[in-house]
Design a protein around this ligand. Sequence first.
Ligand code: ISL
Ligand code: CA
Length: 560
Amino acid sequence: MKEAWWKEAVVYQIYPRSFMDTNGDGVGDLRGILEKLDYLVELGVDVVWLCPIYPSPNDDNGYDISDYQGIMAEFGTMEDFDLLLSEMHRRGLKLMMDLVVNHTSDEHPWFQAALRDPKGPYRDYYFFRDGREDDPPNNWGSFFGFSAWEREPGGEQYYLHLFTKKQPDLNWENPAVREEVCRLAEFWAKKGIDGFRMDVINLISKTPGLPDLPGLKEGEIKVPHLYCANGPQVHEYLRELNRRVLTPYSLMTVGEMIAVDPQKARLYTHEDREELNMVFTFEHMDLDAVGGDKWKLRPWRLDEMKEVFGRWQRELAEGCWNSLYLNNHDQPRMVSRYGDDGPYRVESAKMLATFLHTLQGTPYIYQGEELGMTNIRLEHIEDYRDVEILNHYKEAVEVFGQNPNEVMEAIYTKGRDNARTPMQWSDQPNAGFTTGTPWLAVNPNYTVINAEAARKDPDSIFHYYRRLLALRKQYKVMVYGDYSPVCEEHPAVWAYLRRYQEEALAIVLNFFGTPAEIQLPEGTIPQESTVLISNYKDFPSPSDHLSLRPYEAVVYHFHL
Ligand code: ISL
Ligand code: CA
């Protein structure tokens, strides 16, 4: 096992729009992040990943970029950015920027030039194709509903957009596009940033010819994973970027990847291949969806979670590395989804934290997770801001005639705005996030769930995270240890061992709100073990037979 700083790091993800507003316009900003750096230091994280902060029409909140080398006016200026970066470095924090280069905004000068001049050099930066009669060029659907093709304004052709129609896909087959990407990545690298989180980066190589998906009915459309994910040239493109920018500037990288399994992830992350450090998988995120359709709800199952995590832990153990997350700006709140956001909110949030921070990989904390922030239910569809939610509602209700109440239920469970409500800093109006009107509703539970209260309470989820992060610094086994499950078939308890050099951990987690008993093989947890952390005031002493309370989590440590 090769040791590396980014394997030992814990990353904190900031959604700048919702983090902290300092000028009362209801939108978070860079000065707000600056104000809260000491909070992050107190928590003990090492790296901050900033969701996009570049100029953007905000059709998809910054994931539609119109200038890759500027700062969104709402968020501040380049001076603010430079100050933020140097203040981060002064505190020992590293900065990871979001690199969104599968697509640009339709308001990006490249796309505007492509529209203006169909014969000019920018046309081939994108995918423009003729339609078929009155239909789009093929049967591909966008990730956000409706066709992946839009007729160009005032022109004859269609352009491809795997996300919203304001996010035209870049054509990476064009060497000029790859050149631009290297240049803009290098612009930030030269400023001294420490890494990139790469948005849907395995979609950059499309199957040549953009063929129709097989097996669809006349007029039917579908997201074309088969022809847009892990395409023929993706590794070549990533290696080029790695050779020219990532390695020369020693950047930490994580690629967000739709439709990867561990075998594919090995190709992206193996240390000898010089592509990326790690990927964000979706396999565990898909376990409460029917057929990969996030809006078709089904309950997640512990056995399936164990199977997915176990497989990733095992398959990436040699020469590769995992990222570990249970929520982000695209996913519902972890405590609402996998724990209990009612009576056992605190216990279950701590249990889930224990889980993530005791697996092999680099953990990612999404803002507010350390407070146990929860999902939200807003009464009217008009109260929502996320383009994915709004498009889905429109398509589901208007095109497919689904029952609006059922559609709203799915939005309450899965919608991205669950994660995007403003950070809850205090019990002051608007949770201390803004003195103005927040761009998205604040969760009314801020009076109880907020950073100020959490910092004062030694038993809070916040302080539990601090302890977990401190333990990772102290015990290498927590970072590098291998993963071996124990009693994998247990219906309620997730138990596993980690071993590294002379040290071992035994982790036992009750994933449900009812008491659970577990009989471990003899000697699994030796008598002389000590407890590193647990989420109740007392804990079961080392034994092969454990009785666990609801959502109880215990980490035992012993020497081999
Ligand atoms: O949000 C999702 C879960 O349903 C996905 O469909 C999501 O769009 C996918 O995870 C890709 O996400 C990334 O790229 C999108 C952007 O909207 C997301 O915020 C970003 O994380 C397009 O840039
Ligand atoms: Ca602001």
